[in-house]
Design a protein around this ligand. Structure first.
Ligand SMILES: Cc1cc2nc3c(=O)[nH]c(=O)nc-3n(C[C@H](O)[C@H](O)[C@H](O)COP(=O)(O)OP(=O)(O)OC[C@H]3O[C@@H](n4cnc5c(N)ncnc54)[C@H](O)[C@@H]3O)c2cc1C
Length: 362
């Protein structure tokens, strides 16, 4: 571990720290009136791995109003202790207000590692925490490990191309902060017999720099792609919004939702919240149907946890066929309407097998 001299060379304006004073792995969780975010519970999986390698323990951190009720949930999923700041002053979320509460706790308890799920809030809050604590942050990690010699945490993520992996360290500063996107790590097994300590804390809420003008809850008509069991995903090959209407029809018949590649998002055919991949979302459906998607590494990164991947592509050389479980080399404008027709008939008859048998006979 680097000493005081190295630290001063790094930045004379930042006070030197003694890394040996920092202990424990934190998961800063997100909770509101809808409960604790599943992505925060997923972060307990890498937290436990790091803690075991460091011979340390795992602490959950909950900041908000009416959030104490979720502390036990974090313990059941693997936290040894949960620090809770439950205060009406935190009823409205603001990144600097919540982030500052975590900063105050971190200054008091000195955790060695802080992990945050890269949800919308996590993406705002984690850099605020890192910057205020004058430490490093690695966003969108796909794995974490510990350097056996130095005991620094290795924050692992694909650099821009996703072809190799970068192993990033924060050797001179503490805490070491990393985020990971939802669904990159599995939910740890829930153990109802686990018990742990719940520590109630008070912090001084800072004045928010944003003012709430209006709060509007936008009703979701369908499940978000990260929770969908069936996804029909379209790429550049779909050719336009009209094509996406076909995909939508198929997705509905299969009880699923539509998603897309970055090129489809960039073309404005589908909103960004439905983008799958390295700069989109990671999904874990039972069935992923990729339509007019070439299968670039950055796209396939988001499909790692999918059960069955089926590809429809006009080009037999498309890289997606190397990774898909099933492939159809054809124009999707022929395949998808045929699938829709089959499924509609199956609905009428109540059996897909019967319709397929009749189709074979004709
Ligand atoms: C840092 C970085 C991050 C990125 N993050 C993401 C990300 O999160 N998600 C993502 O998706 N991409 C991402 N990309 C972009 C990625 O590299 C690819 O450019 C993108 O995934 C390609 O999208 P596509 O497959 O829709 O289009 P294309 O690569 O253009 O493929 C279109 C496919 O459609 C097929 N096709 C054409 N017409 C038909 C038809 N009628 N029927 C059937 N098939 C047809 C073609 O044969 C072709 O294979 C990222 C890139 C970088 C550099």
């Amino acid at each position: 571990m680097a000493g005081k001299v190295d630290c001063e060379k790094l930045c004379p304006l930042w006070p030197c720290e003694d890394p040996s004073e920092f202990k424990g792995v934190w998961v800063v969780a997100e909770a509101d009136e809808n409960g604790i975010h599943e992505a925060s519970l997923q972060m307990l999986t890498p937290a436990r791995k790091i803690a075991e390698k460091l011979g340390s323990d795992v602490t959950g951190v909950l900041v908000g109003y009416n959030v104490k009720q979720y502390a036990d949930e974090m313990i059941k999923y693997g936290a040894d202790r949960v620090i809770v700041v439950d205060d009406p002053a935190f009823e409205m979320y603001a990144p600097d207000v919540y982030g500052d509460a975590v900063v105050q706790l971190a200054k008091k308890y000195k955790p060695e590692v802080i992990l945050v799920a890269a949800t919308m809030r996590g993406r705002e809050m984690a850099p605020y925490i890192a910057n205020t604590l004058r430490t490093g942050i690695t966003a969108d990690c796909t794995d974490f490990d510990v350097d056996e010699k130095t005991k620094d945490v290795l924050l692992i993520r694909p650099p821009f191309g996703a072809i190799m992996l970068a192993y990033i360290k924060t050797p001179l500063r503490r805490p070491q902060i990393g985020t990971a996107r939802p669904n990159v790590f599995p939910l740890p097994p829930r153990d109802d017999s686990r018990t742990g300590e719940i520590v109630e804390e008070k912090v001084e809420p800072r004045k928010p720099r944003v003012r709430l003008v209006k709060r509007q809850i936008i009703p979701r008509s369908e499940v978000p792609i990260e929770k969908a069991e069936v996804i029909v995903s379209g790429g550049k090959g779909v050719g336009g919004p009209e094509g996406f209407k076909l995909l939508e029809e198929l997705a509905k018949l299969l009880g699923g939702v539509v998603a897309g590649s970055r090129k489809a998002v960039d073309a404005g055919w589908i909103p960004h919240e439905k983008q799958v991949g390295q700069t989109g979302k990671s999904v874990k459906p039972i069935l992923y149907i990729a339509v007019g998607i070439s299968g670039a590494a950055q796209h396939m990164f988001g499909v790692r946890e999918a059960g069955v991947v089926a590809a429809i592509n006009i080009d037999p050389e498309a890289p997606i066929f190397k990774q898909a479980d099933y492939g159809v080399v054809a124009d999707y404008r022929e395949v998808i309407p045929a699938m829709i027709e089959l499924l509609k008939k199956a609905r009428e008859k109540g059996s897909l097998e019967e319709v397929l048998a009749a189709t074979k006979q004709t």
